[in-house]
Write a protein that binds this ligand. Structure first.
Ligand SMILES: Nc1ncnc2c1ncn2[C@@H]1O[C@H](COP(=O)(O)OP(=O)(O)O)[C@@H](O)[C@H]1O
Ligand SMILES: [Mg+2]
Length: 253
């Protein structure tokens, strides 16, 4: 790669546009979004339901193609990659966390966390230690052999977080990771993401419609009708919730 990676943001969206076509109907989900994320940053994307948050996250992770514009991952234009290259990039450099955990019901915690490595062709003996370390990091030591149905929602999401970090991704993309949890479990997940982001120097982009969740980020970006309309940065380690709420209230008017 000829791109100078040192100053290049880890993620950059350029004029990102997404139009969903359903027969005669067109939905413009993103309208020319320009946006960059620096290495190690924890960014929250906020906006009302339907504002384009998930669409933006999917495009950033190469899960879907933009109608116009480009996503650059460490300077590499995703549209220039073929399907195999894109699959490898997603598998090795990006971790995904979803609202409904997406764990495999028949696998225990260790196996669920190890799944991305198994798919990548690595042997269990090689990564056993790493998987166990991660399960401890997310405070699930002692739950190694539990299947998803033997874990609470918060515990399942912590398994999903360990899984997202297991291949030491450069970027973790999380779509409403606390959307399905009670507030106490949600808080634990957010503290965990914040801590792991710093300890493992991983970049996190988290979509949420919850001001409290967004306040854990270094920076909050606001979407309205497919456009970035505002952003605020943290002060002393968190973004003031009142400020987030007042911007959200403004957006709703
Ligand atoms: N697969 C799809 N097909 C058609 N329209 C879609 C699809 N996904 C999302 N949309 C529409 O695009 C807009 C943005 O959706 P989305 O990105 O899911 O918003 P958010 O995550 O902020 O709720 C919405 O109007 C939604 O209905
Ligand atoms: Mg969404």
């Amino acid at each position: 790669m000829t791109v100078d990676e040192t100053h290049e943001p880890v993620l950059r969206a350029e004029n990102l546009t997404k139009i969903y076509r359903m027969g005669e109907v067109e939905v413009v989900a993103l309208k020319g979004v320009n946006f960059a994320v620096q290495r190690g940053e924890f960014v929250a994307i906020m906006g009302a339901s339907g504002s384009g948050k998930s669409t933006l996250l999917h495009l950033l992770g190469g899960l879907d193609n933009p109608s116009q514009g480009e996503v650059y991952f460490a300077g590499q234009a995703l549209s220039k990659l073929n399907d195999d290259q894109l699959t490898i990039l997603r598998r090795q450099k990006i971790g995904f966390i979803f609202q409904f955990y997406n764990l495999l019901p028949t696998l225990n915690a260790v196996e669920n966390v190890a799944l991305p490595l198994m798919i990548d062709g690595q042997r269990l003996s090689q990564y056993q230690t790493k998987v166990n370390e991660l399960l401890h990091l997310v405070k699930l030591g002692g739950r190694e052999n539990h299947r998803p149905d033997q874990l609470s929602g918060g515990q399942q999401q912590r398994v999903a977080i360990a899984r997202a970090f297991v291949n030491q991704p450069e970027v973790v993309l999380a779509d409403e990771p606390t959307g399905n949890l009670d507030s106490r479990s949600g808080r634990a997940i957010l503290e965990l993401l914040q801590r792991v982001c710093k300890e493992l120097c991983t970049t996190i982009v988290m979509v949420t419609h919850d001001p409290k969740a967004a306040s854990y980020a270094d920076r909050v970006v606001f979407l309205k009708d497919g456009e970035i309309v505002n952003q605020i940065s943290s002060q002393n380690g968190s973004v003031p919730i009142e400020q987030i709420m007042s911007i959200m209230a403004e957006l709703e008017t």
